[in-house]
Design a protein around this ligand. Structure first.
Ligand code: NDP
Length: 548
């Protein structure tokens, strides 16, 4: 089935933690050019034979008697332009001076498009367009009119959902079944939901006189490119603001597809502007004096820089940053159901999820049966071509992220934890990493403290609820958590004790536009989603000073 690598392996003979070759008695020297995937040699004690199917499948013990046929999603209907300009005032235009960078498919390492690299002057152009649209059109429209545009956008996303899903998968590396069934429908749902609020702001905040803030700068990451765009743009427009959005440099393509939707929906020019460029361009946007609100999702390090840059200004700020969520399984939990929740919690989107359940806490009395089931289930995950409809774990978004995952996994081995990875065969090209599980993890290990942002689970144990709470809260982050138990009273007790913005009970990674999402501590502040997310784009003060 899988293989366990002895915790005594030390550098330089570190385990191969994500090799793509078939398992052999001894893996040879690391393949040069396989980016960040192989960091040394590994010696397997025994060549694994065919993979046994989990007992629950009722198959023979000799192994899975069949393989899935390839089921690739068609890309024939997808038109990715060779070049994308900046989207300002409803027009695509080259950056000034003209400069661009390449965007690739992380599953094949092949180029997808050249994308304009904005300059400081372009940031100014975009903010000026957004200001003009705010002053002359958008802030003057009644909420019911703004709602019509948002409904239109939602419906067009639905109509073009297959196109969005395929482009998202090609650009980000996430499995098509996730972009098709999660990212795109949820993005449309956010526009539908906030369209409903656009003409009801006074009802949402009774006793207040809600006013739009003005121009919002929005910076989003690469793990959910379209969904994060929807989380940001839908409430901003519903509240009456205009926006300048900067997608992550590795994943701008669905944002530019969305720009086409903006035109198709006949949104007035300047209401939505999209510019691409490196982090420093994001910072130019943050510092621009004509910005009223900043919404950022990304790393805690950059979030802190933005917080410092905004300090002392009148700009309103929300930060949605990293996480190191605890997923806690009590001994009365339905184990099979919990297994699915654990798998979904950490291997969904290759674990590149800020609220991923990356620390599993198991009550000692069920540790062994749960671990057996977990390893068996891990061995059935299909890793590979993200466009294949049967793929469970796709490509890591970039070579840099793959290297970061590999480095943290190597630290886990060095610090004495025991690694388990299924013997899946990884594609020859692209940035892939085996689903990984660590046991024997202690609270002080880096893999238990730092956000890995990859398909890597650290398993720890506890005896009492108090111990579970203490261990779960022992992290600088506070974004999300999960609790698995049969007892409703225990759920309520745990939810109250956990320092996390979202706590799921007997489920994990559930998202809904009506539900607020956000963190405590180093996971940021402010909420997105629901009425809370709407309030983040409004001045709710009595005197129109936004409380400053
Ligand atoms: P970043 O925080 O660097 O990137 C997120 C967004 O911020 C991108 O659009 C990025 O642009 C932009 N950005 C980068 N630097 C600045 C800056 N100085 N000022 C303004 N905007 C900036 O995350 P990474 O992509 O580097 O990922 C690093 C780690 O962060 C991951 O390994 C993961 O642990 C964590 N992360 C957490 C996310 C979350 O959802 N909480 C999302 C993404 C990452 P560009 O792409 O051009 O660099």
């Amino acid at each position: 089935m899988g293989r366990s690598v002895s915790p005594t392996l030390k550098r330089p003979a570190l385990a191969s933690i994500a090799a793509s070759a078939e398992p052999t008695e001894e893996r040879g020297p690391p393949a040069t050019g396989k980016r960040g995937a192989i960091i040394g040699r590994v010696t397997l004690t025994k060549k694994p034979e065919s993979r046994p199917a989990p007992a629950s499948w009722g198959l023979s013990k000799r192994g899975i008697p069949w393989e899935y046929a390839a089921a690739p999603e068609s890309t024939d209907h997808i038109q990715i332009r060779r070049e994308y300009g900046l989207f300002i005032d409803n027009e695509f235009s080259p950056s000034r001076p003209k400069a661009s960078f390449e965007v690739i498919n992380p599953a094949t390492e092949e180029p997808l498009a050249q994308v304009a690299r904005a300059s400081k002057a372009d940031v100014n152009r975009a903010v000026t367009a957004a200001r003009r649209a705010y002053e002359t059109v958008w802030s003057r429209l009644p909420g019911s009119e703004r709602a019509k545009y948002l409904y239109r956008i939602a419906r067009i996303i639905q109509e073009r959902s297959r196109e969005f899903a395929v482009v998202e998968t090609m650009n980000s590396g996430k499995p098509i079944k996730e972009s098709r069934d999660v990212d795109v429908p949820l993005a449309a749902a956010h526009f539908f939901y906030y369209a409903g609020w656009a003409d009801k702001l006074e009802y949402a905040f009774s006793g207040r006189r809600p006013r739009a803030l003005g121009v919002a700068a929005q910076i989003i990451p690469w793990n959910f490119p379209l969904l994060m765009l929807a989380w940001k743009i839908a409430p901003a427009l519903a509240a009456g603001n205009t926006v300048v959005l900067k997608p992550a440099s590795t994943t701008p393509l669905t944002a530019y597809l969305f720009a086409e939707v903006v035109r198709q929906a006949d949104l007035p020019p300047g209401v939505v502007n999209i510019i691409t460029g490196p982090g420093e361009i994001g910072m130019e946007l943050v510092r621009h004096p004509d910005i009223n609100k900043i919404a950022f999702t990304g790393s805690t390090a950059v979030g802190k820089m933005i917080g410092r840059a905004v300090a002392g200004s009148r700009k309103k700020l929300t930060l949605e940053l990293g996480g190191k969520a605890a997923n806690i399984v009590f001994d009365d939990a339905p184990l099979d159901q919990a297994i699915e929740g654990i798998i979904n919690g950490i291997y969904f989107n290759q674990g590149e999820v800020c609220c991923a359940g990356s620390r599993l806490f198991v009550q000692e009395s069920v540790y062994e049966p749960l671990l057996d089931k977990l390893k068996a289930r891990l061995s059935t995950l299909r890793v590979g071509d993200p466009l294949d409809k049967n793929t469970d774990v796709g490509a890591i978004n970039s070579a840099g992220q793959l290297a970061k995952i590999a480095e943290l996994v190597a630290s886990g081995i060095e610090e004495g934890a025991e690694i388990f990875q299924p013997d899946c065969v990884l594609p020859d090209r692209g940035f892939f990493f085996r689903p990984t599980l660590f046991t024997g993890v202690s609270q002080s290990h880096r893999i238990a403290q730092e956000e890995i942002f990859g398909p890597v689970l650290s398993v720890l144990t506890f005896r009492t609820p108090e111990e579970a709470v203490e261990k779960a809260n022992n992290t600088p982050y506070g974004l999300s958590a999960g609790v698995w138990t049969e007892k409703g009273s225990r759920i309520f007790k745990m939810v109250a004790a956990m320092k996390a913005g979202v706590v799921w009970a007997n489920t994990f990674n559930r998202f809904d536009p009506t539900s607020p999402f956000g963190g405590y501590k180093e996971s940021g502040y402010g909420r997105e989603g629901g009425v809370h997310g709407l309030g983040a784009y409004l001045d709710l003060s009595a005197d129109g000073t936004n409380g400053r």
